[in-house]
Ligand binder design. Structure first.
Ligand code: ADP
Length: 275
């Protein structure tokens, strides 16, 4: 497996440190949060969350607005540190590697764990260049045309754009732009895709298209999706995590969580009694 530590070989590597931690862990997911707390200044937005994101499944993170869904999602690829005064305690592991360990390169973390945001944000460049951008800066030496086509196909966009690859990505519809952003994220060959409300700015047809796409992508990738839309969580996910005021209340198989929640607080939320 490719590692992303940049530490000198002589020091105790982050991998070794992470492996020590792994010994105490059980039922490890592809991506794991271990006792994670996240603070904006002195205010905790996430408190003591331990969560395993299973490999090649879709995990939904649900909960009322402001409960910390996006903050937790961003912790999974070190995006919070781009936001400002944010501090994380605990561990986030990608398989056995602590992604916050000293010497781990955050850029490489984000290559392996891609992200798609609520508002489609293509670069003001051509459709082709949007997809080719990541591989290009990573020094990709293969056939770029083939890679661009492959990513656009996997993002279910190829047929709609194959004759206009040199048009600006900004000329596409909102739903197409979001699929372009997914194609762009796929181009660095990530193992995990994080999506933060990826369809909430889209019309119902585009939303259905994204949901269908997630179902296909999970055959090759691990997916975590934040959504405030419980029907969407129920439709697309295999597992669901319910967050409330910064804490993980319940995590389980989606069907179980939505039909037989273990905790009253979960039941109250999914039946619309609060939140
Ligand atoms: P959700 O995604 O569930 O709506 P967020 O993760 O966006 O929740 O926010 C969780 C809490 O953290 C909220 O109280 C929010 O106000 C706060 N928060 C989010 N981003 C920032 C930030 N950049 N600076 C300070 N507080 C923030």
């Amino acid at each position: 497996m490719t590692m992303f530590t940049t530490e000198p070989k002589s020091s105790i590597s982050s991998r070794e440190k992470a492996l020590e931690k792994k010994d105490v862990a059980s039922a490890q997911g592809k991506l794991s949060a271990r006792d994670v707390s996240i603070y904006y200044g002195s205010t905790a937005a996430i408190r003591n969350v331990t969560l395993e994101i299973p490999e090649r499944k879709v995990t939904a993170i649900i909960g009322p607005s402001g409960c910390g869904k996006s903050t937790l999602l961003r912790a999974f690829n070190r995006m919070n540190e781009l936001v400002g005064d944010v501090r994380l305690t605990g561990q986030v592991l990608l398989e056995e590697t602590d992604i916050y360990a000293p010497g781990v390169d955050p850029v490489e973390v984000r290559r392996r764990i891609g992200m798609v945001f609520q508002k489609p944000n293509p670069f003001p460049k051509t459709i082709y260049k949007n997809v080719a951008w990541g591989p290009k800066i990573n020094g990709y030496r293969g056939n770029m045309d083939e890679l661009v086509e492959d990513c656009l196909r996997r993002a279910a966009l190829w047929d709609e754009v194959k004759d206009k690859l040199n048009k600006s990505g900004l000329e596409l519809s909102g739903g197409q732009q979001q699929r372009l952003c997914i194609a762009r994220a796929l181009a660095t060959r990530p193992e995990v895709l994080l999506l933060d409300e990826p369809a909430s700015a889209l019309d119902p047809i585009s939303t259905a298209c994204i949901e269908e796409l997630l179902d296909q992508l999970k055959n090759e990738l691990t997916i975590a999706i934040v959504t405030h839309n419980m029907q969407q969580a129920a439709r697309v996910s295999d597992h669901t995590a319910f967050l409330y005021v910064g804490e993980l209340v319940e995590f389980g198989a989606t069907e179980q969580l939505f039909t037989k929640p273990k905790l009253k607080r979960t039941e109250d939320y999914i039946t619309g009694r609060f939140g």
